[in-house]
Design a protein around this ligand. Structure first.
Ligand SMILES: [Zn+2]
Length: 439
């Protein structure tokens, strides 16, 4: 069977690359993945998967950082004009762009695989040094780019779907493929967990192309060290006034935000582990001679454990509120994304290693059991949900040569990792199906 899989996966290679490049041309950021999700659902339905969409896949109440109704409507229209299925897209109204496909094949364990679908808010490089531009598959959507490789993840997921559907008669268990929106800003996983996407899952696999495995042929079997994180928007509202004639009548939101920005970075470090704080955006003011009535901070906290991140976010709230009080301005603090800390299960990582060691593509010396991410990934929320119920999960890193770092306008990965990636995931699913049920 393993030779069959290798051969079948190799046969998919051209299709995988074509699909990745098509997705790359039409990138969609968090909660606007209408075209991508409709394409995923179309393929899954054609392959005979039971498909869950809309509120069956995403819990509306738990969604954070959702674009306005107007923006969403514009993105839905664009998705249809770029070839998305209008009926499927209408079922995703409100940004419910998660898709779950399930293939039931007997009594064995439930094995879930998660693939994220969203692009970054970034303009792609447009010159001949950048392969996607040179070869005609660069982003056609202004302000959006697949600069993290999630286009590759979707291609991998659909390749896995196709291959597993072809092996249906030889499977003993249930395969659940989770296509997640909004990984950027850690927004999409929580609402899918709350919609029950992980219910009954015995084994969960997820992964990323590149990142801490920046060479083709490398593999990390069990990534750990996910940082817990909270993303927030702090909006300060003051009172505008003539800066020359009557500054005393104003309430200065710019100074409140500037003070908050400096003092957020003065929150003490934590004795129990690593923490982070970052103010990434500060916009304020309207005119040179107007006391600034408005300011916006976009920031984030992180912690090695969920408790440390909670400490950071609570202190951040105090600093923001204190700064607002000092200048007599109003503050609205909105949480726009969150994830928890987490570790892959070594037991499941060992299954990945065993599979990889039997594949020519991965050199044994390039296979790592574990590695700390030292970043955040909302896969950790899914992992925690599965582990809480007694299941096991692991997050892999599929090595790829990279043209530039993730989230860079020149990011591109090595498509040679796609077919072996499909083979790896499929063989891991089969490996999990030989293990006992846990949930
Ligand atoms: Zn990513």
């Amino acid at each position: 069977m393993t030779e069959d899989i290798e051969r079948l996966a190799a046969g998919l290679e051209d299709g995988l690359i074509r699909r990745r490049r098509d997705l790359h041309r039409f990138p969609e950021a968090a909660w606007t993945e209408f075209r991508t999700a409709s394409m995923v659902a179309t393929v899954l339905l054609a392959l005979g998967y039971e498909v869950r969409l809309g509120e069956d896949a995403v819990c509306r109440k738990s969604m954070l950082g959702v674009p306005s109704e107007e923006e969403l409507a514009g993105h839905m229209e664009r998705a249809v004009s770029q070839g998305g299925d209008p009926d499927l897209i209408s079922r995703m109204a409100g940004g419910l762009t998660g898709v779950i496909g399930e293939l039931r094949c007997g009594e064995g364990p439930v094995v879930a695989l998660r693939f994220d679908m969203d692009a970054n808010d970034l303009d792609e490089a447009r010159d001949d040094d950048h392969r996607p531009w040179r070869e005609g598959f660069a982003s056609t959507n202004p302000g959006a780019m697949h600069a993290c490789g999630h286009d590759g993840h979707v291609a991998l997921g659909l390749g896995v779907a196709e291959l597993l559907a072809g092996l249906k008669d030889r499977l003993e268990g249930t395969v659940r493929l989770i296509f997640q929106p909004g990984e950027e800003g850690v927004r999409g996983a929580g609402p899918m967990v709350d919609a029950g996407a992980l219910d009954g899952v015995d084994y969960l696999l997820g992964g990323h192309i590149g990142f801490r495995a920046p060479r083709t042929g490398q593999l990390v079997c069990g990534v750990g060290g996910f940082l817990a994180t909270t993303k927030f928007d702090a909006t300060f509202t003051g009172v505008a006034a003539h800066a020359g004639a009557a500054p005393e009548q104003g309430r200065n939101a710019l100074l409140a935000a500037a003070n908050a920005a400096l003092n957020l970075h003065a929150i003490p470090r934590h004795g129990q582990g690593a923490s982070r704080i970052s103010v990434g955006v500060l916009n304020a003011g309207q005119g040179r001679n107007v006391v600034p009535p408005n300011a916006l901070i976009k920031g984030e906290t992180r912690g090695e454990t969920t408790g440390i991140n909670d400490f950071m976010f609570e202190r951040a709230g105090e600093v923001l509120a204190g700064a607002a009080r000092m200048y007599g301005v109003d503050l609205v603090l909105a949480e726009v994304g969150r994830s928890v800390s987490g570790q892959s299960d070594p037991e499941l990582a060992a299954v990945v290693r065993q599979v990889a060691e039997n594949m020519e593509f991965f050199k044994t010396s390039e296979i790592m059991d574990s590695l700390d991410l030292r970043g955040s990934e909302d896969f950790a929320l899914m992992l925690a949900e599965v582990q809480r119920r007694g299941g096991l999960g692991t997050y892999i890193m599929l090595g790829s040569d990279l043209a530039a770092g993730h989230h860079n306008a020149r990011f591109d990965f090595d498509e040679r990792c796609l077919a072996p990636g499909v083979s790896l995931f499929v063989r891991c699913v089969l490996g999990c199906m030989e293990l006992p049920r846990r949930v």
